[in-house]
Write a protein that binds this ligand. Structure first.
Ligand code: UDX
Length: 450
């Protein structure tokens, strides 16, 4: 056995396979911590950007961290998997999106990355999977790794970073979870990872579990967060019929620290590249395992969430009348959440598209996501500012709670529109101030006068 019997005492040499959201941040963070990192990325455009210190997406602080670590010589990017042969720790960070037209996770990228990685693996190497995978994936990959190189070891190390907070979540995580198979080889591999993560686990637990638990922690966490959001959105509907206020309800609930106030913001619901696809893949995997019943509630979580989008469209129709053809509507927000340019499964963009299909003259603006939104929904009109979007609009819809939108001054903003109507689908504006400035203000889950 030639593998490292003890944790590396010096700078570790690490490869990161797949430099999308997760991989780019992970690679830069490990380099920042002093390791030598080789990022392997097959998409030529993404690779070119990364090599020049430009993240392929908007993430606060990432460009600066890439520039600094590239300049230090500790970080490099390549398309050639052969470069990963220098590394002794390999992180698999490729995406596992939803399969087109099917709830299951698409493991094509994972398969391809793993096969490529097997060509450079040497005895003693540690392979750590970070991609979100259906439970049961890791043991199968571990078998294939052992077959290709008996003295290399697989670990599963799920990632919990949030877009918009990715650097902080990576450098100061709540916890680090590492799954392994039992045995001496795993113990050695775990020691390697413990050493690598020592600078970031001083203030948080490193939780060592079996493969299945490691795989499940990630999807269970996202299922819980999605459930929390759909719960408060269901409460929002109840508040509307009962004359209650969902924001005050959430505040009151949140003071109970068994519940907590986070992820209790009612509104247009969740989107993005993780929560929606993860709950669907989780339900699908449970069904494959013959255990679909325990997760049936996630179907309702998903349905409550999607109904938020229909509800907003319905509210606009009730407001402006069914004949939306040619009616100008300003849409503030295209990203699935603020501080991100990600439009994957964006509730805001879904609403804008529905209104466009109903014939409305929809003008969308977003501080960061116009470019990505235009690629996905080229038929919509995009403008650079909320004021341009609002010009002659009969209604303004605030669909993503960017600070720029929350800080709009109602009187001045009112000068641009044809009619002072605003739908605050994220419950993030001071309704009283907007009403005082002559706006008809509507929101979700709060019975306010129009
Ligand atoms: C999520 C998980 O939080 C993260 O741990 C995991 O690694 C990846 O998936 P992310 O997709 O970046 O992260 O977004 P998140 O901040 O969780 O928000 C998800 C969606 O929920 C957004 O559309 C957001 O607008 C919505 N949301 C969030 C609400 O509607 N209400 C809330 O109270 C909180």
């Amino acid at each position: 056995m030639t593998g490292p019997a003890a944790p590396p005492a010096e700078q570790a040499v690490v490869s990161v396979i797949g430099c999308g959201y997760l991989g780019a941040v992970h690679a830069a963070a490990l380099a920042k911590l002093g390791n030598l990192v080789i990022g392997v990325e097959t998409d030529p455009e993404r690779l070119m950007g990364l090599a020049n210190g430009k993240a392929p997406f908007f993430e606060p602080g990432l460009d600066e961290m890439l520039a600094e670590t590239l300049a230090s010589g500790r970080l490099s990017f390549t398309a050639d998997i052969a470069a990963a042969a220098d590394a002794t720790i390999h992180f698999i960070c490729v995406g596992t999106p939803q399969t087109a037209g099917h709830p299951a996770a698409d493991l094509t990228y994972l398969e391809a990355a793993f096969e490529r990685l097997l060509t450079v693996i040497k005895p003693g190497d540690v392979v750590a999977g970070k991609s979100t995978v259906p439970v049961g994936t890791a043991p199968e990959l571990a078998e294939r790794l052992t077959a290709a190189c008996p003295e290399a070891t697989l670990l599963w190390n799920p990632e919990f970073l949030r877009e918009g907070h990715a650097i902080d979540d990576t450098m100061r995580p709540d916890r680090v979870v590492v799954g392994s198979a039992p045995g001496a080889a795993a113990d050695r591999a775990l020691a390697v990872l413990r050493e690598l993560y020592a600078p970031i686990t001083a203030d948080c637990p490193l939780i060592e579990v079996d493969f299945a638990t490691a795989e499940l922690v990630k999807v269970a966490a996202n299922a819980f967060l999605a459930t929390k959001i759909s719960f408060i959105n269901a409460m929002a509907d109840l508040c509307e019929v009962a004359g209650a206020d969902v924001v005050k309800l959430a505040d009151a609930l949140g003071h109970d620290d068994r519940i907590g106030r986070k992820f209790l913001n009612a509104g247009l619901g969740f989107g993005g590249g993780c929560l929606p696809k993860d709950i669907r893949a989780f339900m699908h995997r449970a069904m494959e395992l013959g255990a679909d019943q325990p997760l049936l509630f996630l179907r309702e979580v998903d349905a409550i969430n999607l109904r938020r989008r229909d509800k907003v469209v319905r509210m606009v129709r009730e407001w402006l009348g069914d004949a939306l053809v040619g009616r100008r509507i300003a849409v503030l927000g295209a990203a699935f959440k603020p501080d991100s340019d990600d439009i994957r499964d964006s509730p805001a963009l879904a609403v804008a598209e529905s209104l466009h299909l109903l014939g409305a003259d929809v003008r969308v603006t977003d501080p960061r996501a116009i470019e990505s939104a235009r690629k996905q929904s080229p038929a919509l009109s995009y403008v650079a500012s909320p004021q341009e979007a609002a010009e002659d609009a009969e209604a303004v819809l605030l669909l993503t709670e960017w600070a720029e939108f929350r800080e709009l001054e109602p009187s001045r903003f009112g000068e641009f529109v044809a009619s002072r109507r605003i739908l605050d689908a994220r419950n993030c504006l001071d309704g009283a101030a907007w009403r005082k400035a002559g706006w008809e203000y509507r929101c979700l889950g709060r019975a306010v006068e129009g």
